[in-house]
Design a binder for this molecule. Structure first.
Ligand code: HEC
Ligand code: HEC
Length: 322
């Protein structure tokens, strides 16, 4: 393995670098998703079954997967989710595919971990409208499921903690790997188009990467929506959900502050923003430039950045156990 960099007229030629250094040199603030272990085991498999089970909702009509389809980008494609009895929620459903990369869960970060997050949708009246008591009784009434819990969690059986543990194991297996962009970072020069490479350069040069960075290309910090302009005044009709982290901390400086979302697989998760207001990537990029960077960026630049964002689409690794 050759570690030495080779200087050329155009700068450092990174083709001879160790793959790790190559990825670092190419990605700068963005790094590839590490490959998961080959088998994720029976907890993730149980979690997968629970994630797709309607037993978790009050009227048996809805599963986690109804609003977070792992096959369709991890969201539901709606501006606002529809829960039990057709109830319309107040906020857009984020993708579950990259949730494990986030510093906390929900747009306002009110759940510290994936495990803690699970109780949220079960109790939320606009989502599953149920309770632990109801859910545990239903799961216990399903003998094969009960036997599975007893085998995997011999001491606890079915409990809020074991349901949340299994679902979280499954969610950690959902982080998509081998996006074209990751293959490019690891050294495959042709994995992405010249357009996407140029788009990544713009993404860094304009300053998008100051907030959307790291493995998740986002998900690792909180920022105000409307740093350079009053997005909410311009949009009008401010709701409780627009208050963001203020609802968690009660601090004035946290008004309209949200978790910076991961942009991995973002091409699959329209509409965008916590209010579901941007129907296309082009529109989301335009709004970000205006309100987060205080500039208008032209159609050509938006097209390049969109090509880069599309190269971030990865695949969900096949699981060994089902
Ligand atoms: C009716 C639609 C609906 C259902 C059902 C639902 N969710 Fe969600 N989910 C949402 C919405 C909407 C949000 C955003 C809520 C917020 O941030 O305030 C969300 C947020 C999340 C997040 C946080 C992701 C992030 O990046 O912050 C995770 C993880 C998640 N849901 C997992 C689940 C699990 C597990 C279940 C089943 C137990 C479930 N969801 C059921 C709509 C739904
Ligand atoms: C100052 C920090 C910051 C900067 C700079 C920034 N963003 Fe964002 N980005 C955010 C935050 C915060 C959100 C979530 C806003 C919301 O919905 O409340 C977001 C949301 C997005 C979304 C929507 C993702 C989704 O799943 O809904 C896209 C796409 C996006 N940004 C792309 C960009 C691009 C492209 C740039 C550069 C032109 C950029 N961002 C610059 C903080 C930033």
């Amino acid at each position: 393995m050759v570690f030495a960099a080779r200087d050329t007229q155009a700068g450092i030629d990174d083709r001879d670098l160790h793959p790790m250094l190559q990825a670092w040199q190419r990605g700068g603030p963005v790094s590839p998703v590490p490959h998961p272990p080959p088998s994720l085991g029976e907890k993730a498999a149980l979690g997968e079954a629970l994630f797709h089970s309607r037993l978790l909702s009050h009227d048996g009509s809805i599963a986690c997967a109804s609003c977070h389809s792992p096959e369709a980008g991890g969201g539901d494609g709606r501006p606002h989710s529809v829960g039990v009895g057709g109830a319309v929620g107040e906020i857009n459903a984020p993708s579950v595919l990259n949730a494990a990369l986030g510093l906390a869960q929900f747009w306002d970060g009110r759940a510290a971990t994936l495990e803690e997050q699970v109780a949220g949708p079960i109790h939320e009246p606009h989502e599953m409208g149920s309770s632990w008591e109801e859910v545990l009784a239903r799961l216990a009434a399903d003998p094969p499921l009960r036997a599975r819990f007893d085998r995997i969690y011999p001491h606890e059986g079915i409990s809020p903690a074991t349901v949340a543990d299994a679902i979280s194991h499954y969610e950690r297996s959902l982080v998509p790997v081998d996006a074209d962009f990751d293959r490019y970072l690891r050294g495959d020069e042709r994995a992405i188009s010249a357009t996407a490479r140029e788009g990544f350069a713009r993404f860094k040069a304009f300053g998008c990467a100051s907030c959307h960075q790291g493995v998740g290309v986002g998900g690792n910090m909180y920022q105000r929506f409307g740093v350079m302009g009053d997005y909410f005044a311009d949009r009008g009709g401010v709701t409780e959900a627009d208050l963001g982290r203020y609802r968690v901390t009660g601090r004035d400086e946290d008004r309209h502050v949200f978790k910076v979302p991961s942009l991995r697989n973002v091409a699959l998760t329209a509409p965008y923003f916590h209010d579901g207001s941007a129907a296309t990537l082009d529109e989301a990029i335009r709004v970000m430039a205006r309100y987060q960077l205080g500039r208008e960026i032209g159609e050509d630049d938006r097209r390049l950045i969109a090509a880069f964002l599309e190269s971030l689409t990865g695949r969900v690794a096949p699981r060994a156990t089902r």
